[in-house]
Design a protein around this ligand. Structure first.
Ligand code: NDP
Length: 327
């Protein structure tokens, strides 16, 4: 038996999230690798699922948890054998396939990667999908040719998981980072991660002109909506905006002006279905380029039982940094 964050809907459509004891025989049989999960995490999407805030969960009942780290107990997949240390991010786990906020998970080997050398299971979950997405954004900027000498990089939603890891990564790589945040009391924290300047997010979150004063060489945007539109409108000629999130909204009330008049690139970032080679590149770079002291500063460890309350904090926008769940 093992414990799991279990999400259920009854015939009347009433939702319930609880910690339940499950047995191995209840696990879905469409996975070819049985993993003993030691650590998981809470991402924004886990918050949505656990608080039933948007249709993240597509099958009921569901075990939550889009990320997991652990050890292979049994494998029918050629890339993995018993005892291998593995990690999982996304691929619909915790949405359409029972997830990793649980003592055990039966996963597809095609979704797993070996845990990168130099990172513990706890550290990989402190990074989680949020940190791996931050790395995908950084890779997006690099591959578009954005270099530290080109100017400032804007990071929005800065105190969140993606934003805080993005700041730590970009500053280590020599970029000058400007963060926007709705939490003025966290300015010192953001500076300690490597932000050069912290702006009130209200300065960029309202409807603005299609073209504004050019400031950013690149952008990591976690919030979407008017913030993303303004970020594009403020990006310098030839700059790149990476868009990964929707914390403010899914809309993009923008115009083509930044793209056709300033050659700005808007680069979409998806972590969920990213191919294995892209994941391996991102995780290898995380192992190399993320300052682990900063990682421990921006993350905290909670129990499986605490995850229901902390998911609600994430939904209230009051969470800071990354949350590791020790299963
Ligand atoms: P968090 O909840 O940790 O952080 C989101 C941050 O956004 C908050 O801390 C807050 O930062 C800011 N924020 C919250 N509400 C608002 C609002 N109404 N308007 C403006 N800013 C707001 O989430 P994550 O960092 O884990 O994820 C960030 C976004 O990226 C989410 O939308 C998530 O769904 C998305 N995401 C996408 C992925 C992909 O594959 N594309 C993968 C992972 C995440 P502050 O107070 O500092 O402003």
């Amino acid at each position: 038996m093992f414990k799991a964050v279990f999400l259920q809907k009854n015939d009347q459509g009433e939702f319930k999230a609880s910690i339940e004891e499950l047995s191995e025989s209840q696990l879905p049989d469409n996975g070819d690798v049985l993993v003993e999960i030691s650590h998981s995490t809470l991402n924004y999407k886990d918050g949505l699922a656990i608080c039933n805030k948007s249709p993240v969960v597509r099958q009921w009942p569901m075990v939550a948890g889009i990320d997991g780290a652990g050890t292979v107990l049994e494998s029918k997949h050629p890339r993995f054998k018993t005892g291998d240390a593995v990690i999982l991010n996304g691929f619909g786990v915790g949405e359409t396939h029972w997830g990793c906020l649980a003592g055990k998970a039966k996963l597809k080997g095609d979704w797993l990667i070996h845990r990168p050398a130099g990172l513990s299971a706890e550290q990989t979950m402190a990074i989680g999908t949020a940190g791996y997405t931050a790395m995908l954004c950084v890779l997006g900027l690099e591959k578009s040719g954005v270099k530290p000498e080109h100017g400032e990089i804007l990071v929005t939603g800065a105190t969140g998981g993606v934003g805080s890891v993005a700041i730590a990564l970009l500053s280590k790589l020599g970029y000058t980072v400007v963060a926007t945040s709705g939490k003025p009391e966290q300015a010192e924290f953001l500076t300690s991660l490597g932000a050069h300047e912290v702006l009130d997010r209200n300065t960029i979150s309202a409807a603005g002109k299609p073209l504004q004063k050019e400031r950013w060489a690149g952008v990591v945007d976690c919030v979407g909506s008017h913030t993303l539109a303004n970020a594009c409108a403020q990006t310098k000629y030839g700059g790149t905006v990476t868009a990964c999130g929707l914390a403010q909204g899914m809309d993009l009330p923008s115009s083509v002006a930044p793209f056709i008049l300033r050659g700005v690139t808007l680069k979409g970032i998806d972590s969920v279905m990213a191919p294995i080679a892209v994941r391996e590149e991102a995780w290898a770079r995380l192992a190399k380029d993320l300052d682990l002291n900063k990682l421990s500063k921006l993350s905290r460890v909670i129990s499986l039982e605490d995850s229901l309350n902390v998911a609600a904090q994430i939904m209230a926008g009051s969470n800071t940094g990354r949350v590791v769940v020790k299963v």
